[in-house]
Write a protein that binds this ligand. Structure first.
Ligand code: HEC
Ligand code: HEC
Length: 282
């Protein structure tokens, strides 16, 4: 009997060792993925300096949600706490702006690569890649208008479930997302709808580059917008409330915080574009 217990004990110890090593291996593998470096994008972009630049940049920042993750004063904040998946911290952009060149900031914003070559995670650069040079240099003017404030934020933390997702290829860094989505694009429906197509860029972050939806976020294909009347669509974008009155979670929040800054013309053009896209089935 004693011998059986001893063997069972040894077996258990062996199992614990295997699990421990597998866990360490998985941790190391996820760490390698998380810390992966890329060549920094050497962009020549410079911050706009004309009198209207800061105000134009403010609009770009509000519509694209920079403050949601980087804080009201851009001094950084914890914006998401969902352990054991991840805890997200937006870095202090006032410190980043003081230390980095315009080109380095552009590399982070539109290419997802930090000044030290690290790939950025959770920062939605794949959605910002399409910002025009003008929009980006206005945005830089706006970021640089904030006084340096506060401490450095910790880097976002990934919990065990998040690490598993990383290894299984469920989560991707910003440069990976840019590559994966390279051939997905929302359709060009000609000059009549060009303005609306441009505005729809702000929806790609969650509804996907081709607006066909993103399962991970439970964001649907935007052909659902065709079922809205123009008035209901405008109300959704201004207030986050759909005709059914249902709370749309993330969508309701971004509508109130971000899309309420779109002009009436922009909302109307976006609606026409989404209608036409749904009608044509593209
Ligand atoms: C969903 C949250 C989120 C949004 C929205 C967001 N960011 Fe970020 N951003 C992050 C996170 C997280 C990091 C750090 C990523 C990392 O270190 O892996 C980051 C990093 C950065 C960096 C690099 C900072 C450094 O210390 O080197 C810049 C610059 C930046 N963001 C600018 C912006 C701008 C401008 C916008 C709006 C157009 C924006 N971000 C919107 C989450 C966000
Ligand atoms: C930060 C993420 C995010 C962004 C950005 C975003 N959405 Fe959404 N949206 C969602 C999510 C998530 C849902 C699903 C909400 C639900 O069903 O609870 C959704 C749902 C919707 C719906 C369907 C609502 C319904 O009646 O069920 C419409 C229409 C919509 N979004 C339009 C837009 C448009 C237009 C834009 C760009 C201007 C946009 N969204 C940008 C996350 C986002």
């Amino acid at each position: 009997m004693k011998r059986v217990i001893r063997w069972a004990g040894l077996g258990l110890a062996g199992l614990v060792t295997v699990v421990l090593f597998a866990g360490l291996g998985a941790f190391a593998a996820s760490e390698v993925l998380f810390r992966r470096s890329y060549p920094k994008a050497e962009t020549q972009l410079v911050a706009a300096r004309d009198p209207g630049a800061v105000e134009r940049g403010r609009r770009v920042a509000l519509i694209n949600g920079c403050h949601d993750c980087h804080g009201k004063d851009l001094d950084g904040r914890m914006f998401h706490d969902e352990m054991p998946i991840f805890r997200g911290y937006g870095p202090n952009l006032t410190l980043a702006a003081a230390e980095q060149s315009d080109g380095e900031l552009d590399s982070a914003i539109r290419h997802g690569v930090a000044a030290d070559g690290r790939s950025l995670w959770i920062m939605p650069s794949e959605a910002f890649a399409e910002l025009t040079d003008q929009e980006t240099s206005d945005l830089l003017a706006y970021i640089r208008s904030f006084p340096v404030k506060g401490e450095e934020q910790p880097r976002s933390q990934i919990g065990p479930v998040g690490r598993l997702g990383l290894i299984l290829g469920k989560f991707h860094s910003a440069p990976q997302m840019l590559r994966l989505d390279a051939d997905r694009y929302r359709p060009d429906l000609g000059p009549t709808y060009a303005k609306g197509r441009e505005v729809a860029r702000a929806c790609t972050e969650c509804h996907g580059k081709d607006l066909r939806g993103r399962e991970a976020l439970k964001a649907p294909d935007l052909d659902v917008a065709a079922a809205y009347s123009p008035q209901d669509f405008a109300t959704l974008l201004r207030t986050g409330v759909p005709p059914t009155g249902r709370d749309l979670g993330l969508m309701s929040g971004v509508a109130r915080d971000r899309f309420s800054h779109l002009s009436d013309d922009e909302v109307a053009a976006l609606y026409e574009y989404l209608r036409a896209r749904a009608d044509k089935g593209v």
